[in-house]
Unconditional design. Structure first.
Length: 399
């Protein structure tokens, strides 16, 4: 469109110049000259429109994969002249889809400000960094449409998507299936009968066992078994070279969504959870409990990348002395190697319970490099949960 307008102006100027030469009319020479200079003047006007302009971007600090957000751009005019022919177009990073990619017009009074909003969809988890915004400047006649980038850094943390997991993916003690939490035979505030003893000062009266009290002639109280929740470790392979394509995404993205969904189920079942993702944050020695821990877990899962210098196998062997006996280790990986076999055997030997979540980039039932390793793991008593590329769950996790 701009080229057509310029061609029209220059053609008109050339025609008038020819007529002025044939007719020898001085006024026509002036008209031709003005037309020839008009594009240059318009170009300078478009440049002046961009001067004295500042832009700020406002976006939420964090959101979940698959959500739509509103990004707000606020432009301020520092000059004493109005700016009526400007537009803004944000430069979104890969993984964020602009739902309205066209430039957004703004009209700024002298020393004034204006704001525009546009919707965007968060397509991938991770740390997404904005770099710049494009400023489009034009003139009264629309002969020039100049656009220059203005550096405008910004960042949003995209958490993995949380979905409701099928029961087959959760260990019963961690909230899956129908099995209850395990208990230990010690007194506490559980729901199972432990024994009867004499009343002690400070015991709640609601624990008085009246039939025994009547028989003995002195107060007796009931003691209950203490229910203990399971400790879970969500171990995700992040070593360099282990993040592999998985359908339209990657195995690490699927593992992040799976871990986030599992963490929510585990915490909701009053169990504790820790995340082991080498390179994505410091290991927390204390197990986390309660839904308040989800924000820290989600941040770790959002920031993890497949660039770590150390493997999960090495970290599990290093940290195993600090894990409570009976802890469930949910190991998510796409790499069926010897370290997986040897480390899971070691974990069982030190009274931990490894469960392998195999991310298999193949259709369900098709041969893969996991077949032999999975059989060896299961023969050694290590459960293997297979997650295939065409699982409906994968589509739900990736949004």
């Amino acid at each position: 469109m701009t080229f057509t307008k310029l061609l029209t102006v220059y053609s008109a100027a050339a025609t008038i110049m020819l007529l002025s030469w044939v007719l020898n009319v001085p006024q026509l020479y002036w008209m031709a000259g003005v037309l020839f200079l008009l594009p240059t003047g318009s170009k300078q006007f478009a440049r002046l429109e961009r001067r004295g302009l500042t832009v700020e971007r406002f976006l939420p600090p964090a959101a979940h994969q698959g959500e739509e957000i509103l990004v707000r751009l606020v432009a301020r005019n520092e000059s004493a002249l109005p700016k009526l022919y400007l537009s803004l177009r944000d430069q979104a990073p890969q993984g964020i889809e602009l739902l309205e990619p066209r430039p957004l017009p703004i009209h700024l009074p002298p020393r004034g400000s204006a704001e525009v909003e546009y919707p965007a969809r968060l397509k991938r988890r991770g740390v997404h960094r904005f770099q710049s915004v494009l400023i489009h400047g034009t003139d009264l006649l629309g002969l020039w449409d100049q656009h220059v980038p203005m550096p405008l850094p910004g960042e949003i943390l995209v958490y993995p998507r949380i979905v409701r997991l099928p029961a087959r993916l959760l260990v019963p003690e961690l909230g899956g299936g129908s099995a209850p939490l395990e208990t230990t035979q010690r007194k506490g505030e559980g729901s199972s009968f432990f024994g009867i003893r004499e009343y002690r000062q400070g015991d709640p009266l609601r624990h008085v066992h009246w039939r025994t009290t009547a028989r003995r002639g002195s107060l007796a109280v009931t003691e209950w078994e203490a229910e203990e929740s399971r400790n879970a470790v969500l171990a995700i392979e992040t070593a360099a070279g282990t993040d592999r394509p998985f359908g339209a995404s990657s195995t690490l993205d699927v593992a992040a969504g799976l871990a986030a969904s599992m963490a929510k189920e585990i915490l909701a079942s009053n169990n504790s959870v820790r995340v082991l993702a080498p390179g994505a944050g410091e290991w927390r020695g204390d197990a986390e409990r309660g839904m308040g821990a989800m924000s820290r877990i989600l941040e770790t899962l959002a920031r993890m990348q497949g660039t770590a210098e150390v493997s999960v196998a090495a970290e599990l062997q290093r940290l195993s002395p600090h894990l409570e006996p009976g802890s469930v280790v949910c190991w998510m990986t796409a790499v069926p190697n010897d370290a997986l076999l040897t480390t899971t055997r070691y974990l069982r030997a030190v009274r931990l319970r490894p469960v392998v979540y195999a991310l298999i980039d193949a259709a369900a039932g098709r041969p893969s490099d996991w077949n032999d390793v999975a059989r060896e793991l299961e023969a050694a008593g290590v459960p293997v949960v297979r997650v295939y590329r065409d699982d409906e769950l994968v589509e739900d996790l990736l949004g």
